[in-house]
Design a protein. Structure first.
Length: 311
């Protein structure tokens, strides 16, 4: 077993995964979808909100960059203590910002800035590997709802057929549409209209094709935890959980009925996510509805997994 680490610098959070990977000689003969999964040995997460205010002027704020850099440095030290030098990558906020240097110049580590296509591809590969999808022709659609962007990727364990990345993340949509707490009906309607306009044609094409729909990202794992009332959060009970459209609708009803302070008290909801979870939940609900009301299988494995395998 070899030990590897990766740090994901996202729009909403910074995440660390340290994991043990099967030896190359034992996995090399197996196709990617059939390899044994990684064995996580350390997970860390910090909500740093790098994308705070980004939608307004395209700029990363100094305080957001400072918070994020501090988390990256802390997680890099934790990875080294665990016996692995981390690979650091960044997603929507850094690739979309007009001033990415405000963060990157604070970091002593090299940072790989993922394109939207790379983010979609890696999220798909991580989810498929983590759920042990086989080597057959089963086609999967992977939905990743992040802080800045949403990725939709279709393919099999052998071949990615189509990737899409659109700026519909929960932080971006909250700042653009949801000015009141709780959000007003007209704000929710405007957000949903924008999502439908952006994703509607795509969802219509995907409605009947995939054999399985998989969800990754903090919004989806959090809705799964809220549905189960998990306190504390338990990744083993979230991974592989199947969310029905009715459950997502029920969670949204609960969230929309409560102001921010009350949302922060809900079992399964990390308090720092309480201000953006409604926007993310609306995207999840409307994507599933646009796919014909199908359920979604939740995966804790995502692009962090794929970066470790891909490295």
């Amino acid at each position: 077993m070899s030990r590897r680490a990766a740090i994901d610098v996202g729009t909403n959070s910074v995440r660390l995964l340290v994991a043990e990977l099967p030896a190359r000689d034992s996995a090399a003969a197996d196709p990617p979808g059939d390899r044994p999964p990684l064995r996580p040995v350390l997970r860390r997460l910090a909500i740093t909100r790098l994308g705070d205010g980004l939608d307004a002027d395209g700029l990363i704020q100094e305080d957001a960059a400072a918070r994020t850099a501090a988390a990256v440095q802390e997680f890099a030290a934790a990875a080294e203590d665990a016996g692995a030098t981390p690979t650091v990558f960044a997603t929507y906020a850094v690739r979309a910002a007009r001033n990415p240097a405000v963060l990157l110049e604070r970091l002593a580590l090299p940072v790989r800035v993922l394109s939207g296509e790379d983010e979609a591809r890696l999220g798909f590969l991580g989810a498929v590997a983590g759920l042990r999808r086989g080597t057959g022709d089963e086609r999967s659609l992977v939905l990743d709802i992040g802080g800045g962007s949403v990725e939709l990727t279709r393919g099999t364990s052998q071949r990615i057929e189509e990737t899409h990345s659109v700026p519909l993340g929960c932080v971006v949509l909250t700042q653009r549409f949801l000015a009141h707490d709780p959000p007003q009906d007209r704000e929710v309607a405007a957000l949903r209209a924008y999502v439908a306009q952006t994703l509607g044609p795509l969802l219509g094409r995907f409605r009947r094709e995939p054999d399985a729909t998989i969800g990754v990202g903090g919004t989806i794992t959090t809705i799964a935890a809220i549905t189960q009332g998990l306190m504390p959060y338990d990744p083993d009970r979230v991974h592989g959980y199947r969310l029905e459209l009715t459950q997502v609708a029920g969670a949204l009803d609960v969230l929309r009925a409560r102001p921010l302070q009350a949302r922060r008290m809900l079992p399964g909801l990390q308090p720092e996510r309480a201000d953006v979870i409604i926007a993310g939940g609306l995207v999840l609900h409307d994507v599933l509805e646009g796919l014909g009301g199908r359920s979604i299988e939740v995966s804790e494995a995502d692009l962090l997994w794929a970066v470790l395998m891909d490295r």
